[in-house]
Design a protein around this ligand. Structure first.
Ligand SMILES: O=C(O)c1cc(=O)[nH]c(=O)n1[C@@H]1O[C@H](COP(=O)(O)O)[C@@H](O)[C@H]1O
Length: 229
């Protein structure tokens, strides 16, 4: 069963609390990203944990191995259930982050970002990364799996190939989700909630289609209905 993670991409604790008051009855997972965490810090994670929610702290770390491992430790210490770092930080960075934190946080989900869902072929080309987005995602995911990471962030376009290559236990967390008829915004590799669920996404991450909707509760309800296969 595919789970919904709502991206709390707002500016303040007050706005986040308003959204959580509204959606909390229907949603188990919230994502806190750079916009909100930079403004409000750990208080936002603590607020969500005090209310009993699961938290994906999406800070996409990318730094030297020791710095990333310590940052992951800080993220897990304040209560995050899922944290991420860029696979392009390399195998050693990912392995150290996992090895230093797994013993103290055995249930945490440590996730590697592969190719951002806002990137198409032209971004790979300008960065001189070889192959198609799918090939790059598979390559990065292979490094992540060998480093002991629990799964990857990718687009729905790569779910099938990833599950085939690395097994169903290897988690796929999928942003770039757009219900039929909603604007793609800056996302390039998009699919509907239903398509992502059918392909076997473990989690979908949805921000603007819910947070900017005229009726966010109705938007959540429609998305959850699409996830019922
Ligand atoms: O790691 C992420 O969560 C992430 C990775 C990625 O490749 N693409 C991506 O959109 N995200 C995040 O997922 C959310 C998607 O938001 P919407 O495009 O508004 O649904 C944003 O908070 C992004 O930061």
């Amino acid at each position: 069963m595919t789970k919904l993670i709502v991206a709390l991409d707002v500016d303040s604790l007050t706005e986040a609390e308003e959204a959580v008051d509204k959606l909390g009855g229907k949603v188990t997972w919230f994502k806190v990203g750079k916009q909100l965490f930079t403004a409000e810090g750990p208080a936002i994670v603590k607020m969500l944990k005090n209310r009993g929610f699961k938290v994906f702290l999406d800070l996409k770390f990318h730094d030297i191995p020791n710095t990333v491992a310590q940052a992951v430790k800080s993220a897990l210490s304040i209560g995050a259930d899922m944290v991420n770092f860029h696979a392009t930080g390399g195998s050693e960075m990912m392995r150290v982050a996992v090895e230093k934190n797994r013993p103290n946080f055995p249930d945490a989900e440590l996730i590697a970002v592969t190719v951002l869902t806002s990137s198409g072929q032209s971004v790979l080309d300008e960065l001189h990364l070889s192959g198609t987005p799918e090939e790059a995602v598979l390559r990065f995911a292979g490094l992540a799996k060998n480093a002991g990471v629990d799964g990857v962030v990718c687009s729905a376009w790569e779910i099938e190939a990833l599950k085939k290559a690395y097994g169903t236990e290897f988690k796929v967390v999928v942003p770039g989700i757009r219900p039929k008829g909603s604007a793609s915004d800056d996302q390039k590799r998009i699919m509907t909630p239903r398509q992502a669920a059918e392909l076997g996404a473990d989690y979908i991450v949805v921000g603007r289609p819910i947070m900017k909707a005229s009726d966010p509760i109705a938007s959540v309800e429609a998305i959850l209905a699409e996830l019922q296969l």
